[in-house]
Each structure stands twice: as structure tokens, then as C-alpha cells.
Design a protein around this ligand. Structure first.
Ligand code: UD1
Ligand code: CA
Length: 500
């Protein structure tokens, strides 16, 4: 086996995520609640990434199986460590360190519920800690309302003396507005030694990680305070009201960054963009739109108003109006909407059009192909420049299996057609309006299945006498008689008759 030179200094990240988060009143652990594209835990792990640690430990406890499954999905390299009973943040870190007896260097500890934390801030905290050769460094913030948080108590020289939890604090300490964000860097040897000395002599009878600071300071180990450049980053989340506040703050941060990068956002207050979305300069997002998951929008494309895109790619110059889309690829200069529903596997080539009240699923539209009105297109490939008339249904499901339909280039399908899959309409073929197509229509043929039309003369006056319809028919008959014009030719050839 090749020997590996260990990085100096070694770093370990520990994320505390064993608590339930009681005030969320949720079956889902607090740290698994979503916030613009990631869970709270996902945001914290992303921020912690800037510490470039060799190992990341996540302390799990409440509903550990759910948290572990989530870790497999988002951070498979992270190691879950079980803290079966939540005996305090100090106890949690002690459990974590027992799992890495060989670790050296710096330990970065983060509460799992501080999702607005920026990676740059974690990096700066670690830098301040390591360059100052501290035993421990806490991320602090000046806040307007410190209620419920641990307070930073400084000594006469302005150095950190200890951290005091609000419930254990005197009235005087409670007036301190500098708080502990729950994010720290430690020298691992100092931390291990202090953790072994923690007591549970406090209001909650728990081992407090925060007591490590008082212990180290009293023992003459240098401890540091790194004040967060923006207190908003340190906001925790305890209930759904706070979660909604954090969401709005993160929305504003994301929107501002995109606007500064050249994206037009017409109404930032009603535009919700997941942190996982990518946008190009000169994209425009109109009012009341949500861009979620792995969505991207190209240059000059317009999305919205009133549009939700999930895992959807919008290429440059496309227009997507009042649409709900999941798992679709919208090509360059394509147009979609209003009131369209694009489902997974929808792929629109350049300049393709999906119009009003159209639903698509696993459907490919070639360049310039059009489905302008009121249609369902499922499991289909539509060729370039084909036109699908209003109200066409691709009947893909026989009650047991799904089948595929192919429509060739520049084919023309008349309105109110049912294409009963599996079936193929060839290139340049026409389908007469109102047909139920079950057999292939070869290239250049006209497919027609409807019965010849029969008109029953005088029916309304005989069968619906006294109605407004009968009166209208009578007036028309009188007018026709006066004009001595012909009536009621029966067309032999129905013709294609599609809507455009
Ligand atoms: C903690 C700090 C407080 C700080 C605040 C910032 C302590 C004693 N206090 O208080 O000074 O101002 O965070 O938000 O640390 N957890 C475990 N196992 C446990 C207990 C907690 O994993 O046994 C996890 C929780 O899931 C949570 C984090 O640790 O992610 C913080 O725990 P919490 O109970 O919320 O601590 P606070 O009372 O908020
Ligand atoms: Ca908390």
C-alpha cells in the first residue's frame, strides 16, 4: 500500500445533528427540513466543505435512519456516529471524537441548524483559529435579540472568558448581545482534554460543549472569538416561523447574487430560486416563479410569470410562460405555455412549440415542431416541423402497458385526433381531423377514419319545435328561399381540416 503524507494541519469536521428539534412539531428531524434546494444539514455540510477536512462526522440520534439515508444521498463520504441519547452538545462531540482516535490538528464543529452560514466564513474562522494557535475559537455575532442563545462573556482585556447559556445566565449576562453561533474550531488535543472534564452541573443537566471555552481559558490555553462579518449567517432555526424567515433571507441572497451576475429578476420578492439552480446572463425571470432543483436557464430566455421549473433545462432564447415543468429539456428559442404541463422526458428541440393547455411526458419534439393547443403527448417522438392539431391525444396507455407513437417530419395531424399507440404517422403524412388512428399512416398518405357525414333535413324544426334553434333555422330557411340558394351538399372527401 502506498504511504500517504498526511496534510498539515489535519482537519476533522463534526456536525451536530442528533437533536429532534421539538419546536418544529414535525415527524421529520429539524435538520432534514428543506430550504431552497438543500436540507438544513445539506447547507451546513456545504459551508463546512471550505474547511477541506479529511473526514466529516455527523452526529446522529433522533430518527438516525432518516438522517443516515440522507447522508448517503448527499454526502456519502460523511461518517454518521450515533449518539443514542442526547446528553448535550459536549457529549455529542465526545462521541464523535471517539470514532476518530487518530485524528490530529483542527476540529471544526457546526450545529446542524445554521443553514445561512457561508463557506467563506468557515474558512476565515479556521484561518483565524490556526494562525492564532488557539486551543479553541468560537464564531460569535452581535445581534439585536439574543434571546435563547449562549452569550460571549469577555474578560477585562476583551478576551473570551467563558460562554454562558441563557438559562444559566445572570440578568447582567443576559444583557450581553454578543452570542455564540454554535460554530467552532478547536485544537483536537485541547478539545479532548477539556471534554473529559465537562460537568453536567447546569440547568439542563447536560454536557455543554460551550463549557470547553471556560475550561481552556482558565487553564491558560489561548481561546479566540471570531466575529461573523454578517450576523444573518449565524441565525439558527428552531421552529417553522424561523425557517420561513431564513428562507426569505436566503431567497434575497440568491436573487441578489443572480441579479449582480446579469440576470433580470422582475420581482425578487416572489421569485424563489434554489441554490442548486444555474442561470445565464440576460436570462429574465418574471413574477411569481420558482426555479427548483437542477434547473438551468440560458441567456436571453424568459421564464414566467407564474412558472414552476423543477429539474428543467431552458436553453437560450426560449420563452416559458405560466408553465409547470419537471424533468424537461426546453431547446433554444422554443416556446412553452401558457398553462402547459411538461413532465419528465419531455425534450423540445430548437424553435419547437408547446402551446396552451398541453401536457407532455417522455415526448420529443423535433426542430420547429408544434403542439399548439389542448393536447396530451405521451411516449412520442414528433419530427421536425410537424404540426399537431388542437385537441390531439396520444393514447399511450392500454390499461396495462405504455406504447410509443412516432410522427414523422412535417407530418400534419388534424384537430381532435386520437393516435392509438403503438402507431406511426410517416413523414409528410396527413391525418384527417377527428380520426382515431390505430394503423400506421405511410409517408405522404392521408389517414382518415371518421364516418361520412349525413345531414337530416329539417330535423330541428320537426324535433325541437318552439326552441330558439328552431326559430333560427326557420329564419335561415326563409332567407335561403328568398336568395334561392342551394342547401346541404355532402362532402365526399372530408379533407384534413386541422387547426393552426
Ligand atoms: C447551542 C449552544 C448555544 C448557542 C446555540 C446556537 C450549547 C450548550 N449551547 O444551544 O450557546 O448559542 O447553540 O444555536 O452548545 N445536539 C446533538 N446532541 C445533543 C444536543 C444537541 O447532536 O445531545 C445538536 C442539535 O441537534 C443541534 C445542535 O446540537 O443541531 C445544537 O443543539 P441545541 O439543543 O439546538 O443547542 P442550543 O440550545 O440551541
Ligand atoms: Ca438551537
Amino acid at each position: 500500500m502506498e504511504s500517504r503524507v498526511s496534510q498539515t494541519p489535519g482537519r476533522t469536521v463534526v456536525v451536530l445533528a442528533a437533536g429532534e428539534g421539538k419546536r418544529m412539531k414535525s415527524a421529520t428531524p429539524k435538520i432534514l427540513h428543506p430550504l431552497l434546494g438543500r436540507t438544513l444539514l445539506g447547507h451546513v455540510l456545504t459551508a463546512a466543505g471550505s474547511a477541506r477536512a479529511e473526514q466529516t462526522i455527523v452526529v446522529v440520534g433522533h430518527r438516525a435512519e432518516l438522517v443516515e439515508a440522507h447522508l448517503v444521498a448527499i454526502a456519502p463520504a460523511a461518517v454518521p456516529v450515533l449518539q443514542a441519547q442526547q446528553k448535550g452538545t459536549g457529549h455529542a462531540v465526545r462521541m464523535a471524537l471517539e470514532a476518530v482516535p487518530e485524528a490530529t490538528g483542527t476540529v471544526v464543529v457546526l450545529n446542524g441548524d445554521v443553514p445561512l452560514l457561508r463557506p467563506e466564513t468557515v474558512a476565515s474562522l479556521v484561518e483565524a483559529h490556526e494562525s492564532g494557535a488557539h486551543g479553541a475559537t468560537v464564531l460569535a455575532a452581535e445581534v439585536d435579540d439574543p434571546t435563547g442563545l449562549g452569550r460571549i462573556v469577555r474578560d477585562a482585556g476583551g478576551g473570551l472568558e467563558r460562554i454562558v447559556e441563557e438559562r444559566d445566565a445572570s440578568a447582567e449576562v443576559r444583557r450581553i448581545s454578543e452570542i455564540n453561533a454554535g460554530i467552532y474550531a478547536f485544537d483536537i488535543a485541547s478539545l479532548r482534554s477539556a471534554l473529559s472534564k465537562l460537568s453536567t452541573d447546569n440547568d439542563q443537566g447536560e454536557e455543554y460543549l460551550t463549557d470547553v471555552f471556560g475550561l481552556l481559558a482558565a487553564g491558560g490555553d489561548p481561546v479566540g472569538v471570531f466575529v461573523a462579518p454578517d450576523a444573518v449567517e449565524t441565525l439558527g432555526c428552531n421552529d417553522r416561523v424561523e425557517l420561513a424567515r431564513l428562507r426569505a433571507l436566503l431567497r434575497d441572497r440568491v436573487n441578489e447574487a443572480w441579479m449582480r451576475a446579469g440576470v433580470s429578476i422582475l420581482d425578487p420578492a416572489t421569485t424563489w430560486i434554489d441554490v442548486t439552480v444555474t442561470l445565464s446572463p440576460d436570462a429574465q425571470i418574471d413574477q411569481n416563479s420558482q426555479l427548483l432543483g437542477a434547473t438551468s436557464v440560458g441567456a436571453g430566455a424568459v421564464v414566467g410569470p407564474d412558472t414552476t421549473l423543477i429539474d428543467t433545462t431552458v436553453a437560450e432564447g426560449a420563452v416559458v410562460l405560466r408553465t409547470h415543468s419537471i424533468g424537461a429539456e426546453i431547446g433554444p428559442d422554443a416556446t412553452v405555455g401558457p398553462f402547459s404541463f411538461l413532465r419528465p422526458g419531455t425534450r423540445l428541440a430548437r424553435k419547437a412549440k408547446v402551446g396552451g393547455f398541453v401536457e407532455t411526458k417522455n415526448a420529443e419534439l423535433g426542430e420547429g415542431a408544434k403542439v399548439p393547443h389542448l393536447s396530451y403527448v405521451g411516449d412520442a417522438a414528433i419530427g421536425a416541423k410537424a404540426n399537431i392539431g388542437a385537441g390531439t391525444i396520444f393514447a399511450n396507455y392500454d390499461g396495462v402497458n405504455k406504447h410509443f407513437t412516432t410522427v414523422g417530419d412535417a407530418a400534419f395531424v388534424g384537430s381532435d385526433t386520437v393516435l392509438i399507440a403503438p402507431v406511426e404517422v410517416g413523414p409528410g403524412a396527413y391525418v384527417a381531423a377527428g380520426s382515431a388512428i390505430q394503423k400506421d399512416v405511410p409517408a405522404g398518405n392521408l389517414g382518415v377514419t371518421r364516418a361520412a357525414q349525413r345531414n337530416v333535413e329539417g330535423w330541428t324544426q320537426r324535433r325541437r319545435p318552439g326552441t330558439v334553434s328552431a326559430a333560427a333555422a326557420e329564419r335561415a330557411a326563409a332567407a335561403a328561399e328568398r336568395a334561392a340558394s342551394r342547401t346541404g351538399d355532402i362532402a365526399a372527401d372530408p379533407g384534413p381540416d386541422g387547426a393552426s
